[in-house]
Design a protein around this ligand. Structure first.
Ligand code: ZN
Length: 309
């Protein structure tokens, strides 16, 4: 029989049980939160350790001769490389002299990327550059690119740039084979952009009938060849024209309906201005050595299309 008394006893037992349950519950919650705390502290510790290890992995020191090459190396090497450039912005790779500070930098580099296309600064310095650091791998970015005589400006053809990027990628893999996949992925992503640039240049030039442009320094020979344009150079064999030469160029500009004379920041604009005045045109800047290669090439394309329309 279940009496009233039994019921009371049962109730007290249940209360005691409930009290124990509560205590156990509180204990469990405490334990869980403590454990969670430990885990999160551990998590923080391990992530701190991880960041320290990443920042401790030394970047591969790469020296390149001109700014567009530093862009190519950075695009392929990503966060694994630290790039410095020999010919600074505004200087000309035809006449540049390496500084003692740069020689010191070269002695710490693991990779040197040269244009490789008979550019004067490289021709006169390459032996000294190699001698200062015999452990440094030297990459000739022009490997596989047929040269147009002694014209060194290979990088201004996006098709050539693709080959240069490929050569740079191979160099990085030689030095750091562990990150081969990373370099290949970066290279492929950049090649897609270069390929698009090439197609966009072709498309934009379709409408241009008068395909001649006049420029002070003949840096655009490879570009002109690839896109069926004609580059008329004011400078002849590295020299500014004399009065007679300028008169001939004015005639040539008028005969070809040229309205814009292109100049670059590394060279004198004097003779270009004289010609522009005489033909009632203007001078426009296009940079063969800008760092942001793709952005710059679109800018150049815009200027050239305007100049030839
Ligand atoms: Zn040049």
């Amino acid at each position: 029989m279940f009496t009233r008394n039994d019921f009371k006893k049962e109730k007290i037992k249940m209360r005691k049980n409930n009290r124990w349950r509560k205590r156990i519950l509180i204990l469990v919650i405490c334990l869980i939160s403590m454990y969670g705390g430990i885990i999160s502290v551990r998590g923080e510790q391990s992530s701190t350790v991880r960041t320290q290890t990443t920042s401790q992995v030394p970047k591969i020191k790469v020296v390149v001769s001109i700014l567009p090459l530093s862009e190519f190396v950075e695009k392929v090497g990503g966060n694994k490389v630290e790039v410095s450039v020999m010919v600074p912005p505004g200087a000309s790779p035809h006449t540049y002299e390496v500084t003692p500070k740069q020689m010191k930098e070269l002695s710490k580099a693991r990779l040197f990327v040269k244009v490789g296309s008979l550019i004067e600064f490289e021709l006169s310095w390459i032996d000294k550059i190699i001698a200062i650091n015999k452990n440094m791998l030297v990459i000739d970015s022009s490997q596989g690119i047929p040269l147009m005589g002694k014209n060194p400006h290979i990088w201004l053809s996006p098709k050539n740039a693709e080959i240069q990027v490929h050569n740079i990628c191979e160099g990085l893999i030689k030095i750091d084979p562990a990150n081969k996949e990373y370099y290949i992925q970066n290279k492929d992503a950049y090649l897609v952009k270069l390929n698009k640039l090439d197609r966009d240049i072709k498309d934009s030039l379709l409408k241009v009938k008068d395909r001649k442009f006049m420029v002070f320094h003949p840096a655009w020979s490879y570009f002109a060849r690839d896109y069926n344009l004609k580059q008329i150079s004011i400078e002849k064999e590295g020299k500014e024209p004399n009065a007679k030469g300028i008169i001939a160029l004015i005639k040539q500009a008028k005969a070809n309906n040229i309205k814009i004379i292109f100049v670059s920041p590394q060279f004198s604009v004097k003779s270009a201005e004289v010609i522009a005045n005489e033909i009632g045109g203007r001078v426009a800047f296009i940079d063969p050595l800008a760092k942001d290669y793709i952005k710059n090439m679109y800018k150049v394309l815009d200027e050239l299309v305007q100049g030839m329309e």
